[in-house]
Design a protein around this ligand. Sequence first.
Ligand code: URA
Length: 435
Amino acid sequence: MLIQDIIARKRDGLKLDRSEIEFFIDSYTSGALPDYQAAALIMAIFIRGLDSEELSYFANAMLHSGTVVDLSHIQGIKVDKHSTGGVGDKISIPLAPLVAACGVKVPMVSGRGLGHTGGTLDKLESIPGFSVRLPLDEYARIVEKVGVCMIGQTEELAPADRKIYSLRDATACVPSIPLIASSIMSKKLAEGIDALVLDVKVGTGAFMPTEEKAEQLARTLVEIGRRAGKKVTAFLTRMDDPLGVAVGNACEVIESIEVLRGGGPEDIRELTLLMASHMLVMGGVCPDPAAARERCLVALGDGSAIKKFKELISAQGGNPEAVDHVELFAQAAHRTMVRATRSGIVQSVNSTAIGMAGVVLGAGRRQVSDPVDPAVSLFIRKKIGDTVAAGEVLVDVHYNDDRGLTDALERLQGAYVIDDAPVARKPLVLKTIQS
Ligand code: URA
């Protein structure tokens, strides 16, 4: 098989067959195919797309480019959740232990911050001692023993995705629905799940700014899962202003602890309960979402959810004392406020600008190799539809390094549009798509 022929077929808008797709993924993963030929094919796919059959072969070849974890020896239906990424989106952190506390096993392989969005792994690493780098046999052991394990993508899981993702990043080929969908699903299907809940974000802080595009992505993700024989439910959810109050790393874990104790901001609590109840139904421990929600409320109220989080922290090398003593988390040395320059009603909040303000202060990375500062925190005091008086605090900023401060404060001030018209907030959940 000649790669030039495969590139030419996709360039001309023709359909690739299974053997052509497998040849490309296998030879690129093994190093036999150089980056320039892979980049040409990826760009052709970016422009021409993949139909549902090609996409299924593509995702499947990426999935089988490395180890596919087998958790079938662990009793019960294993269910995970994935979010396409947002600002203040810490849902996985209260969700995974809550679901495990209710009896469903949660094997979770998460990511780091990407662009303006935060990453679950960076947040978890703000817990003193917590390790997200565990070998796959240890991961399987913790899923079995504790009921939940949260790690990062290892060398063995979907290596084709790691190579293709870097190539896409360097060649302006990230925002492609078939490429995003195959990238996400290859990793999720490799981690040993039976079912998956997807949170596809829509709005100013999401990678998919319109509902139409987000729905297309959600349907594509669900279809890949269906073809792989997995139950998948996708929710399209609002990401117009940050989720909850805290944006950062340690501060988002602390907010998650509040949720696990039965409190926390309304939107975080609601989204956690929604995802958790569907995971309990998919996991076969509750007959319907209403019963599952009640089950979750019991776990949040009786201390079993927070207890499960402590067990998870201990199993992954962290200090569970941090849950009761949040002063053990890193604290920032300095604090300043961004205030409203006029009175009125918050019309819109540009969450991407808020996420980027966090990045320039060190909560995220400018370059892949940068460390993150776990203490940097933005506390969002005003959200869309809130009434605000001139001089009132919009964002409470906690930081260590003032090199990015002026830039960050400008981004935060510019993120808010305040005017006089009343504003109706969109619902938190815009649509549900099931396989
Ligand atoms: N997240 C992924 O894992 N892959 C993409 O392509 C985009 C977001």
